[in-house]
Design a protein around this ligand. Structure first.
Ligand code: ZN
Length: 309
């Protein structure tokens, strides 16, 4: 099958207030740009299913899963942390976002989709084993990774995370899981203010100074991510694709541009071609300035589709 494009209308119903940066419009900004650029012509559109409790429990405690379900309001909003809240549609959107990663894994591993891009929200990489936070409820990539390991029986799965914020939730869930290698770059001294000291031997964390631009990022990937990925020989690569390090996005200050996101995708595609039969599952994380988010995501997907020049 064609590379998969996975999303769901439920992801637009979750909203955390009028001025919240993690807004429903993010999904449409990305899908519109993929459409305008002609990229969706080369992808199979798929609706994200609801993740099951059993699938979520591969990455989260059952108590936590039930507490999120129990907090889901019938009306109004419930604040889960200072930046993160639930409306009546949030729980379902969160199940769709995690379900997208599960479906993407299935399509890439058994249907020959090659690659899959999940245009979903809420994002996931700040969600820990038993804690929501940073706009995240369930850790979408971690749920997908554990699905690949336990249901499909893969032995080695890599996660690369280039969001401007460190994926503390993914690290919390996946640390010391020898079947997983996690490579992360993030802006130093930025939310969630951790990651400088990796919490497990399977973590390659690189903190980049603010306003450093694309060159130090490329150097960190070349010198630290790529040798680790070569040694690990992943059978499948997940991407926590956050575009909030773009210079137009005031959520962070890394100063990256579209060409940097295309470059990093090219490196991942090359590793996947060597070790993973080209298999990549990419899930949207951050990216809050709608225009640069859309352009960066399109540059990213274009490379995943092998259409870069
Ligand atoms: Zn972020």
């Amino acid at each position: 099958m064609l590379p998969a494009y996975i999303s769901h209308p439920d992801c637009l119903k979750h909203a955390m207030g009028e001025h919240h940066p993690e807004c429903p419009e993010r999904i449409g900004a990305v899908s519109d740009m993929l459409l305008i650029k002609g990229l969706l012509d080369f992808m199979q559109p798929c609706e994200a299913p609801l993740a099951t409790e059993k699938q979520l429990a591969q990455a989260h405690s059952s108590l936590y899963i039930r507490s999120i379900a129990a907090q889901s309001p019938k009306q109004g909003t419930v604040q889960v942390d200072p930046d993160t809240s639930m409306n009546p549609h949030t729980y379902r959107a969160a199940l769709r976002a995690a379900g997208a990663a599960v479906l993407a894994t299935d399509l890439v591993l058994t249907e020959g989709a090659g690659t899959a891009f999940c245009n979903v929200r809420p994002p996931g990489h700040h969600a820990e084993y038993a804690a929501a936070g940073g706009f995240c409820f369930f850790n979408n990539v971690a749920v997908g990774i554990r699905h690949a390991l336990t249901v499909h029986g893969l032995e080695r799965v890599a996660l690369v995370d280039f969001d401007v914020h460190h994926g503390n939730g993914s690290e919390d869930i996946l640390r010391d899981d020898e079947r997983v290698l996690m490579c992360s770059i993030f802006e130093d001294k930025l939310y969630p203010f951790c990651g400088n000291t990796p919490r497990g031997a399977n973590m390659v964390n690189v903190a980049l100074p603010a306003r450093s631009g694309g060159e130090p990022m490329r150097q960190a990937v070349s010198e630290q991510w790529l040798p680790a990925l070569e040694r690990f020989r992943p059978q499948l690569i997940f991407i926590s694709a956050g575009f909030d390090g773009h210079r137009d996005d005031d959520m962070g200050n890394l100063g990256l541009v579209e060409a940097d996101y295309a470059w990093i995708a090219k490196q991942i595609v090359a590793v996947a071609a060597r070790h993973s039969q080209g298999r990549i599952v990419s899930c949207l994380e951050g990216g809050y300035e709608l225009s640069s988010l859309a352009r960066s995501a399109a540059a990213h997907v274009k490379v995943l589709l092998g259409m870069d020049d």
